[in-house]
Design a protein around this ligand. Structure first.
Ligand SMILES: *[C@@H]1O[C@H](CO)[C@@H](O)[C@H](O)[C@H]1NC(C)=O
Ligand SMILES: *[C@@H]1O[C@H](CO)[C@@H](O)[C@H](O)[C@H]1NC(C)=O
Ligand SMILES: *[C@@H]1O[C@H](CO)[C@@H](O)[C@H](O)[C@H]1NC(C)=O
Ligand SMILES: *[C@@H]1O[C@H](CO)[C@@H](O)[C@H](O)[C@H]1NC(C)=O
Ligand SMILES: *[C@@H]1O[C@H](CO)[C@@H](O)[C@H](O)[C@H]1NC(C)=O
Length: 425
């Protein structure tokens, strides 16, 4: 879940079961108050629609320049870059690639309903015909065989909110082309899950955390209010207790920070976000994100019983793409092809979130921890076409667009190409 769809009524699996009119009312009141706060960063300046992949491919082929990425000839697997310094995998462009996705909604049985965009009526397919091309090298195509070899005997966990879940769901579809995992554990709300790939002795986990640190939702008359108390000196132990067994921890979060938050250090209230109280220090979302990620990475840095080989990855903030409004004020995302870098506004909130997250994980690197940055923000800012939009098939929320999560298959699958590139060396 995220800011835009309060969890009690949404797309996060089965949460809508508990819905009643009181909750609806309190949610509507809260969202009215918060909507105005969101709109400033959700407002997305529409720019001219870019060409389709076929048009782009034609124009690329027509250019006599040999350096141009072209798929006119079959693409061979190109080995990963030798030295990280030579190539920034995350700086590049989306270029036409008519080979299509690595799985479909029939070859992957585990695509969740809410991301099965074609089943839910999405008609345009051009958004699948693009691949990420780093400026100075190639991003190797995801290879489930190779991936499972790398992670043989290992344990990997995705820590975060529903966008982290989206990431692991994409990985499951990609890997299931090679081996179907066993479902080992699933809680009633689909927040904590464990899969096991017996042929490769690989354990994959999804560990739910909205804020990474300890957080309590304020209750009003027995109902969640959507307002949270965050404890910046206490880790969210529900995920952290799993750290000692892990070989890979992929940390993310962000969408839950755009709401009213009260931050505490010990028992002391140190400030609040969007609360507008004259006697409390006013903080913004960025401040809260920094504190939470700092605490989480500090916890990992100090983890005594963690494996020596633990690799910590930060998956940077994944932008939402509501245009002409927020999720609850008519915002939508119906584009059908990517933007070019020049069309992206890097002064927006998303970019600041990314910067803060990276600054904080760099501190853990200085502490001697092995860390990597799975830096998807730039690439995904260019993919307003990758979201379910209206095609997410939730009857209850009909008419609302999901511009936060990502269609499967879709550009979200590239997060796993990046992941593979980062763990293979
Ligand atoms: C897959 O998508 C097609 C539309 O492209 C749809 O008709 C079909 O029901 C979907 N199948 C599954 C199993 O989701
Ligand atoms: C909580 O319940 C009391 C008593 O029923 C009512 O007076 C009050 O307005 C309620 N508060 C909220 C925020 O709904
Ligand atoms: C701020 O003021 C309100 C009402 O005036 C009071 O209830 C609250 O305890 C105060 N908070 C702090 C942190 O002083
Ligand atoms: C949040 O506050 C910090 C100062 O604490 C400021 O540098 C930053 O620009 C603010 N961010 C936003 C989005 O307002
Ligand atoms: C997207 O939706 C808006 C508003 O309904 C509409 O004006 C526009 O033509 C749509 N664009 C596409 C590509 O469907």
């Amino acid at each position: 879940m995220n800011t835009f769809f309060p969890e009690k009524m949404n797309i996060y699996g089965k949460r809508e079961r508990g819905l009643n009119m009181n909750r609806l009312l309190s949610f509507l009141l809260t969202s009215l108050a918060i909507a105005s706060i969101f709109s400033f960063f959700l407002a997305y300046s529409p720019s001219s629609f870019p060409m389709t992949s076929k048009q782009a491919l034609t124009s690329v082929q027509n250019q006599p320049d040999d350096d141009n990425p072209s798929h006119a000839v079959p693409v061979k697997m190109i080995p990963p870059p030798k030295k990280e310094a030579e190539c920034d995998l995350f700086k590049g462009q989306w270029v036409p690639d008519l080979r299509g996705p690595l799985y479909t909604n029939s070859s992957c049985k585990s695509i969740p309903e809410s991301k099965n965009c074609f089943k839910n009526g999405r008609m345009d397919r051009d958004f699948l015909n693009w691949k990420w091309k780093p400026e100075k090298c190639e991003l190797p195509e995801f290879d489930p065989k190779a991936f499972l070899q790398i992670v043989r005997g290992k344990k990997m966990a995705f820590v975060g909110d529903s966008v982290a879940r989206n990431h692991v769901e994409s990985l499951l579809c990609l890997l299931s082309q090679e081996e179907l995992p066993k479902d080992i554990y699933k809680d009633s709300e689909d927040r904590f899950r464990t899969w096991y790939f017996p042929q490769h002795d690989f354990t994959l986990m999804k560990l739910w955390s909205k804020y990474l640190i300890a957080a309590d939702e304020r209750m009003v008359n027995g109902t969640g209010s959507g307002v949270f108390d965050l404890h910046i000196d206490r880790i969210d132990y529900e995920w952290a207790k799993h750290l000692p067994g892990l070989d890979y921890a992929i940390i993310s979060d962000g969408h839950w920070f755009f709401r009213v938050l009260y931050l505490y250090k010990g028992k002391k209230l140190i400030g609040c976000v969007y609360c507008n109280k004259p006697n409390i220090t006013g903080l913004n979302t960025s401040n809260a994100v920094r504190m939470a990620f700092r605490s989480a990475f500090k916890y990992i840095s100090n983890c005594k019983n963690c494996k020596g080989g633990l690799l910590t990855l930060l998956r940077t903030f994944a932008p939402a793409h509501f245009e002409n409004g927020a999720w609850n004020t008519g915002g939508y995302c119906n584009r059908t092809s990517p933007l070019r870098e020049a069309q992206v506004d890097f002064t927006k909130f998303d970019w600041e979130m990314r910067k803060i997250q990276i600054e904080e994980i760099e501190k853990a690197r200085k502490e001697g921890k092995t860390v990597r940055v799975l830096d998807i923000t730039r690439a995904m800012l260019m993919r307003p076409d990758g979201h379910p939009g209206l095609h997410w098939g939730n009857q209850w929320m009909k008419g609302y667009s999901d511009c936060v999560h990502w269609c499967m298959p879709g550009p979200v699958d590239y997060w796993n190409s990046f992941l593979m590139a980062l763990i293979r060396n």
